[in-house]
Design a binder for this molecule. Structure first.
Ligand SMILES: Cc1cc2nc3c(=O)[nH]c(=O)nc-3n(C[C@H](O)[C@H](O)[C@H](O)COP(=O)(O)OP(=O)(O)OC[C@H]3O[C@@H](n4cnc5c(N)ncnc54)[C@H](O)[C@@H]3O)c2cc1C
Length: 425
């Protein structure tokens, strides 16, 4: 977007996560003076945490399936992702000296699987472009006459700007700075905010056969298996209104239920079903690579003096956690009946009764509704105020989609602010 430098104009970006930094980059590139305020002592803390998992920056799949990951928001997010899609993000990282590679699952990571070198190089480039950072500066809302109110170590300060980009994140992992407290000041300005909900989150299980008065696993099961992965396994959920999920992968047993990649992938459906009906029933296929007839024949095979556990282990490789799950979920009578046992191995019912709190989730659903924003992500009712990142009302599974959409929307909001400032003359 060729726009003449406009140093007489000042923009404030609030939130120094990937969305805010990308907005600052777009503003500084157009010659606008930018001040980034962040509540924490340093910026990009969640970005750095993502680095602990290797920093899954984006995904290598084609644009159409990539966009489809955003479900109901696919249409509104399409023009945003066109401004910074997977290949463009990889190029952007390369220009910061960070090479990326495509992992076996199609996910894209920096070659060194770290976030810190990328963040360091990015901040250095932003500083040299004139971006100024104000840490420990928590935005509190607006003063009566419209100035931005910040709380810092020296007390409260008021700041005025010609354009403001809010990139305040969601409400997950509040210890890293994003706590969702922005909802109230925005609601007070008459904005409708979709309730913040956990996304890519774990769930609590209901009663089990071994813990019939539930909710939750039996103490013995937790002691032996919490923290261990169930794999390979397929998870199948039949939701209301034709929504369904069926996929193979792995998940982890927690003290109160389940979490991990396969559960995160199903989490929007699981969460919505629980919100609507109080609970959701799913089915696990503990042997997704074996068909039901094979499993039934192997379970029914004469086992002589061998115990049933030894039989399952030698004939089907079911032992450890998978054997523990069968003991946890089946009554003694079900376990002893070969036909029922075989059927349950292929279709083990599990009831989930609650999503874990948003503070524990990987990301947040809900937020500022797209209907309230123009194509430059400016609030239609508050000219000069832009929003970007996870605080917008979209959600996506893990796989690099969250960072890509956060950064793409940061760029769109930053460019939107540049265009708006130019229009103001
Ligand atoms: C454990 C974990 C691992 C993850 N791994 C990945 C991954 O590999 N790939 C991926 O795509 N996504 C991953 N994510 C998600 C991804 O990190 C987020 O979607 C992304 O950081 C959102 O960017 P954002 O800039 O919108 O918000 P944030 O990164 O949350 O940044 C918001 C910033 O705003 C600041 N802030 C908030 N409120 C205020 C206020 N009132 N005043 C001033 N400043 C404020 C915060 O301090 C913070 O610095 C992961 C998340 C978690 C929790």
């Amino acid at each position: 977007m060729p726009i003449a430098p406009n140093t007489s104009r000042r923009a404030v970006v609030i939130g120094g996560g990937p969305a805010g930094l990308m907005a600052a980059e777009a503003l500084a590139a157009a010659g606008v003076a930018v001040d980034v305020h962040d509540a924490m002592p340093s910026v990009g803390r969640k970005f750095l945490l993502a680095g602990k998992g290797g920093l899954n920056l984006t995904h290598s799949e084609d644009f159409a399936p990539f966009v489809a990951r955003f479900g109901e928001r696919a249409e509104v997010i399409t023009p945003i992702l066109r401004r910074l899609d997977g290949p463009a993000l990889r190029e952007w990282a390369q220009r910061l000296g960070v090479e990326t590679f495509v992992g076996s699952s199609g996910r894209v990571f920096p070659v060194d699987m770290k976030a810190a070198p990328l963040l360091r190089a990015w901040l250095a480039r932003l500083r040299s472009a004139g971006v100024r950072f104000h840490q420990r500066s928590r935005w509190q809302g607006w003063a009566d006459e419209g100035a931005l109110r910040f709380a810092g170590p020296e007390g409260e300060s008021l700041v005025r700007a010609d354009a403001v980009v809010l990139a305040l994140g969601g409400a997950s992992w509040p210890q890293l700075g994003s706590n969702g407290a922005w909802v109230e000041p925005l609601r007070a300005r008459g904005l409708e905010i979709a309730p913040l909900r956990p996304a890519n989150c774990g769930f609590d299980v209901g009663a089990t056969a071994a813990h019939p008065h539930g909710p939750g696993w039996s103490a013995v099961f937790v002691e032996r298996f919490a923290g261990l992965p169930v794999k390979p396994v397929a998870l199948h959920v039949e939701g209301t209104g034709g929504r369904r999920f069926e996929r193979q992968g792995e998940f982890v047993i927690t003290a109160t239920g389940i979490e991990g990649s396969l559960v995160y992938a199903a989490s929007a459906l699981l969460r919505d079903e629980i919100a609507e009906r109080g609970q959701v029933n799913l089915h696990l296929d503990l042997l997704p690579d074996r068909d039901a007839a094979f499993v039934a024949a192997e379970v029914a095979r004469p086992r002589g003096p061998r115990s049933l556990s030894t039989h399952l282990k030698s004939r089907l490789g079911i032992e450890g956690l998978k054997a523990g799950l069968l003991h946890e979920m089946l009554s003694k009578a079900e376990y002893a009946d070969p036909a029922v046992l075989a059927a349950r191995i292929k279709r083990l019912p599990l009831t989930l009764v609650a999503a874990r709190p948003v503070a524990e989730a990987i990301s947040t659903a809900g937020g500022v509704r797209f209907e309230a924003l123009d194509e430059g992500l400016m609030l239609k009712s508050v000219p000069g105020l832009f929003c970007a990142g996870e605080m917008l009302d979209w959600e996506a599974p893990t796989g690099g989609y969250l960072l890509t959409a956060s950064m793409a929307s940061g760029r769109v909001a930053g460019e939107g602010a540049v265009a708006w400032l130019a229009q103001q003359g």
